[in-house]
Design a protein. Structure first.
Length: 229
């Protein structure tokens, strides 16, 4: 639903739909989706600045008490067209991360790298790239540690290699650039994993498992398309 209303045509109508949707939903239900809402509406900021800022103020300023646990998810919001009052509140919640060491920052951003919104993933990858550039010595220690590569780096590499197989070109590029920042990691230094595939193959089309599998693949295909008809 949140992504379905995101379109480039008729921006004024689009903003009105967003505004009506947001104000009729319980704010507690919307809070976990703050990042998705922002990345979906931000492209409309240039054409409908006042209306978009009204939505942002409603979510961040007027309902700060209800959304405060998820405001840190808006680390990527720094557009100078956004209402100053909104930016101040966001900055207050995101500045705490500046005190984190590199490992803490990576652990925090891992959840954004698997976010449902592609744009949030891309923004997280770009921000994480800056952190790696700024903390090269700490990164080297995490990779070249006497006791082996830090588990956080291992998890990061797994996510990045998966991201390189996505369809979105910008996402693949951002993953590749972050892998470049990590440098050459000897595969033998990564922990060995065994894959246990419990998936069973359906031989008959009338079996429930065959139907479920077909529907699952169809849904995946529709979700991966930019403009499903």
């Amino acid at each position: 639903m949140l992504q379905a209303t995101n379109c480039d045509q008729h921006p004024e109508l689009n903003v009105e739909v967003w505004d009506a949707f947001i104000r009729t939903c319980k704010i507690e239900s919307l809070s976990p989706h703050l990042a998705l809402i922002f990345v979906s509406i931000l492209p409309l900021l240039g054409l409908c600045s006042r209306q978009v800022n009204d939505i942002f103020k409603y979510l961040i300023v007027e309902n700060e008490e209800n959304t405060k646990n998820f405001i840190p998810d808006l680390f990527f919001v720094n557009n100078d067209k956004i209402d100053h009052e909104v930016l101040i509140v966001i900055k207050r919640y995101t500045k705490a991360m500046e005190k984190y060491n590199l490992k803490q920052k990576i652990k925090t951003f891992l959840k954004y790298l698997t976010h449902e919104a592609t744009e949030v993933k891309i923004q997280a990858l770009r921000q994480l790239k800056k952190y790696l550039e700024q903390n090269r010595e700490e990164l080297d220690i995490m990779i070249l540690n006497y006791n082996g590569i830090d588990s956080v780096i291992v998890e990061l590499v797994d996510i990045l290699t998966t991201g390189c197989r996505e369809k979105d070109d910008q996402l693949k590029l951002a993953c590749g650039q972050l892998i470049g920042e990590l440098g050459a990691i000897e595969p033998s230094h990564l922990p060995k994993r065994c894959s246990h595939d419990d998936h069973s193959f359906s031989f008959y089309i009338h079996e429930d498992s065959f139907i479920i599998g077909c529907l699952t693949e169809l849904i995946k295909g529709l979700q991966s398309e930019y403009n499903p008809q």
